[in-house]
Design a protein around this ligand. Structure first.
Ligand code: SAM
Length: 303
C-alpha cells in the first residue's frame, strides 16, 4: 500500500494531518459540539481515555484560556499545552480523586470519553466490553461532574444498547445517540450525548464494578433506594470448586471405587415412561418386528 493510499481513502485522516490533530477522531468531537454546543460555558473539562490526545487538543483549542482540562488514559500521552495528564485507569476511585484534586475540589462542567478496549473481532464480546467501559466512564463521571453538567461517550449500537440508554437516563435528563459524519457508517460506533446531570436523590457515587475490579469498595447489600439501580453481577463460589463445564473421571477418590447411585427422587411421570416400560418388556419396535407389534404392545400395557 502506497504512502498516500490511506490519505486518498480517508478524508478525515488526511484533514487531521493537515490541521495538526493527533487523530482523525478530533472531527467527531468537533462535529458533536457543532450539533450540541457542548463547550459553551465550560471551564473545567475531563477527557477520559484520551490518548493519543486529539479530543484533548480540541478541548484546549476550543475552550477559554482560564480553562482547566484533565486528560486520563492508561497509556502515556505526549504533553499538550494547557492539559494536565493522569496516566491511570478510569475504573479506579484513585483516578476520580486525582481529577478532583486538579480541580481543587470543584466539579467538572463537561466529561468526554472516547474510550475503547482492544477490539477482538468477536462482535458480542466487543459490544459487551465497550458497554462495561461506558459504565465505568459513567461511574467515574458521577464522582466528578457537577449537577447540570454534560457527559459524552462512545457507545457501540449493539442489540442490548437500549439497556445502556435506560441506565444513562437515570442520571441525565436528556440522552441522545449521535453519529458524527466523521464516524464511518460501517462502524457500530456512535456517541451518547447526556445532558443535564441530575442523579436520583440520595445517590451516592461509587466505583464498584465487580466485572472490572475484584476489590469492591462497597457492600452491595448495604445499598438502598437509588443506589441499587445498577444491578451488580457477581461470580460466586470458591475457585477450587468443581467446574460445571468440565468432565471428571468417575472415580474421583482413588481409594474408593465408583458406585452408581440412583437419583434421590426420580421424575414421577416422565415423558419417556412409555418407552422405558416397552424396553423393560422387550417390546420396543425392532427393524424385523412385524408391523403392528408396537400398537398391540401399547394397548396391552394400557398406556
Ligand atoms: N479520544 C482519543 C483521541 O482523540 O486521541 C482516542 C482514544 S482511543 C480510541 C481509546 C483509548 O482508551 C486508548 O488510548 C486506551 O488506552 C484508552 N482506555 C481503554 N480502557 C481504559 C481505561 N480503563 N482507563 C483509561 N484509559 C483506557
Amino acid at each position: 500500500m502506497g504512502r498516500s493510499s490511506k490519505d486518498k481513502r480517508d478524508i478525515y485522516y488526511r484533514l487531521a494531518k493537515e490541521e495538526g490533530w493527533r487523530a482523525r477522531s478530533a472531527f467527531k468531537l468537533l462535529q458533536l459540539d457543532e450539533e450540541f454546543n457542548l463547550f459553551k460555558g465550560v471551564s473545567r473539562a475531563v477527557d477520559l481515555c484520551a490518548a493519543p490526545g486529539s479530543w484533548s487538543q480540541v478541548l484546549s483549542r476550543k475552550l477559554r484560556e482560564e480553562v482547566k482540562i484533565v486528560a486520563v488514559d492508561l497509556q502515556a500521552m505526549a504533553p499538550l499545552p494547557g492539559v494536565t495528564q493522569i496516566q491511570g485507569d478510569i475504573t479506579k476511585i484513585s483516578t476520580a480523586q486525582e481529577i478532583i484534586r486538579h480541580f481543587e475540589g470543584q466539579s467538572a462542567d463537561l466529561v468526554v470519553c472516547d474510550g475503547a478496549p482492544d477490539v477482538t473481532g468477536l462482535h458480542d464480546v466487543d459490544e459487551y466490553i465497550q458497554a462495561q467501559l461506558l459504565l465505568a466512564a459513567l461511574n467515574i463521571t458521577t464522582h466528578v461532574l457537577k449537577p447540570g453538567g454534560n457527559f459524552v461517550a462512545k457507545i457501540f449500537r449493539g442489540k442490548d444498547v437500549t439497556l445502556l440508554y435506560s441506565q444513562l437516563k437515570i442520571f441525565f435528563s436528556s440522552v441522545t445517540c449521535a453519529k458524527p459524519r466523521s464516524s464511518r457508517n460501517s462502524s457500530i460506533e456512535a456517541f451518547v450525548v447526556c445532558q443535564n446531570y441530575s442523579p436520583p436523590e440520595g445517590y451516592v457515587p461509587n466505583m464498584s464494578n465487580p466485572l472490572l475490579d475484584h476489590s469492591y469498595d462497597v457492600d452491595f447489600n448495604q445499598l438502598e433506594g437509588p443506589n441499587r439501580i445498577i444491578v451488580p453481577f457477581l461470580a460466586c463460589g470458591d475457585l477450587s470448586a468443581f467446574d460445571s463445564d468440565r468432565t471428571y473421571p468417575l472415580q474421583l477418590d482413588s481409594s474408593k471405587e465408583y458406585q452408581y447411585l440412583p437419583p434421590t427422587q426420580p421424575p414421577i411421570r416422565p415423558p419417556y415412561l412409555q418407552a422405558c416400560q416397552l424396553r423393560k418388556n422387550n417390546l420396543l419396535a425392532k427393524e424385523d418386528s412385524p408391523s403392528g407389534a408396537l400398537d398391540d404392545s401399547l394397548s396391552a400395557l394400557d398406556l
